[in-house]
Design a protein around this ligand. Structure first.
Ligand SMILES: [Zn+2]
Length: 389
């Protein structure tokens, strides 16, 4: 066992310059959700040069891809290493997905070299549009993960933890429809859509103090009228509700709907609530697979931080409802640098960012190796998956 882990470590180190090149290419060519054509072509070509056959446009998403070791028929169990490569508008790789892609390629190429003709249980899935597009949710719904037994990736962060809760999330638009009128000559003839949205926002705010600790509601007003002299006949806002279970997430949406209904009734407006797809599910964590990753964090010499309980949402939540998944976070910055910032983007090429990339590749390869080679671990992972709702 120790021998294999040392070998994984050495293989990843030998790929270091190539992996930095992958990360830097993505950094220099940022593409937002569903537009990652350069990235998916580039990553596919690197994989093809390293003994993989690549299928593009899987699950009906043009910028997705699916790579398996060339000449190795698929065997079970199969472990999927996930690759994100989309960037943010304006700030490019401020979420560090360039490091995710490079580390996942590093892990897959390393395992391919070590397992040789026995690499049939290894696949790498290129999952586009994590930022707002829910690529993993769409791929899972399309059945891309049907013949797989576990999936894993890492995400850069300011802490080192093998996993963290993630909230389910529904994004939606609220619109109110009223009637225009001159605000001074004939206010009695108008129906004020801005007032309706204002009342709805106020009711949502009042409700917010009654949320459970795992609930979140936040929103903005995107349309509030055209001129103070015209009673607005249209208003609109964008909102998120989040909850740690699908049930609570959906309950919160219904509460918000009631707030909107009440505001519509009070003002005489009509209202419409439109949900944006995909709706994100909470992360179904797998303690046994996280523990396997944690042992490899120790193997690589990484000190494990306490979980501060902060939670966001990601499309891996949806995937985690289909098969056991882990999404460990590994530090490339200190707590003073926020994710989704230019500082975080800069950290992806810092010496700490580079080191984390290599460590992540090692730990992913080690954990995938453990999963493929330990029936005992697989049994525990499977038990967790069926036990945890
Ligand atoms: Zn991200």
């Amino acid at each position: 066992m120790k021998k294999i882990k040392d070998q994984i470590g050495r293989e990843v180190e030998s790929l270091a310059d190539d992996l930095f090149t992958v990360s830097d290419f993505l950094l220099a060519n940022p593409e937002t959700a569903f537009q990652e054509f350069k990235a998916s072509n580039y990553l596919s070509s690197v994989l093809e040069k390293n003994g993989f056959e690549v299928e593009k446009n899987v699950g009906n998403i043009e910028t997705s891809f699916f790579a398996r070791p060339a000449g190795c028929p698929q065997t079970r169990p199969t472990v999927a290493i996930l690759t994100e490569y989309d960037a943010l508008p304006e700030i490019g790789h401020g979420c560090g997905h360039n490091l995710i892609a490079a580390a996942s390629l590093g892990a897959a190429i390393t395992l391919r070299r070590i397992l040789r003709e026995k690499a049939g249980g290894l696949v790498l899935v290129g999952t586009p549009a994590e930022e707002g597009g829910g690529g993993k949710a769409l791929l899972a719904e399309a059945g891309v993960f049907e013949k797989m037994d576990a999936a894993m990736m890492f995400h850069p962060s300011s802490t080192n933890i093998p996993g963290q809760g993630m909230l389910g999330r529904t994004k939606f638009k609220v619109e109110f429809f009223g009637r225009t009128a001159h605000a001074s000559f004939a206010p009695d003839q108008g129906i004020n859509a801005l007032d309706a949205l204002n009342l709805a926002y106020g009711s949502i705010n009042a409700f917010r103090q009654h949320l459970r600790p795992d609930g979140r509601i936040h929103g903005i007003i995107t349309h509030g009228g055209e001129s103070p002299s015209i009673i607005p006949d249209y208003s609109a806002g964008l909102f998120y509700v989040r909850g740690a279970s699908r049930k609570y997430r959906d309950e919160l949406l219904e509460k918000v709907r009631k707030c909107c209904e009440g505001a519509a009734l009070a003002t005489g407006c009509q209202f419409k609530l439109e949900i944006f797809q995909p709706v994100l599910d909470p992360m179904k964590r797998n303690p046994s697979l996280e523990a396997a990753f944690m042992r490899n964090m120790q193997e690589v010499g990484i000190e494990i931080d306490a979980d501060d309980g902060r939670q966001g949402s990601s499309d891996i939540g949806n995937l985690s409802q289909y098969l056991p998944c882990i999404h460990p976070w590994l530090a490339i910055v200190g707590p003073e640098t926020a994710i989704h910032s230019t500082g975080f983007r800069a950290a992806t090429t810092s010496s700490r960012g580079r080191k984390t990339l290599l460590n992540a590749a090692k730990m992913l390869a080690m954990t995938a190796w453990d999963f493929l080679n330990s029936p005992e671990l697989r049994k525990r992972v499977k038990e967790d998956f069926s036990r945890i709702g």
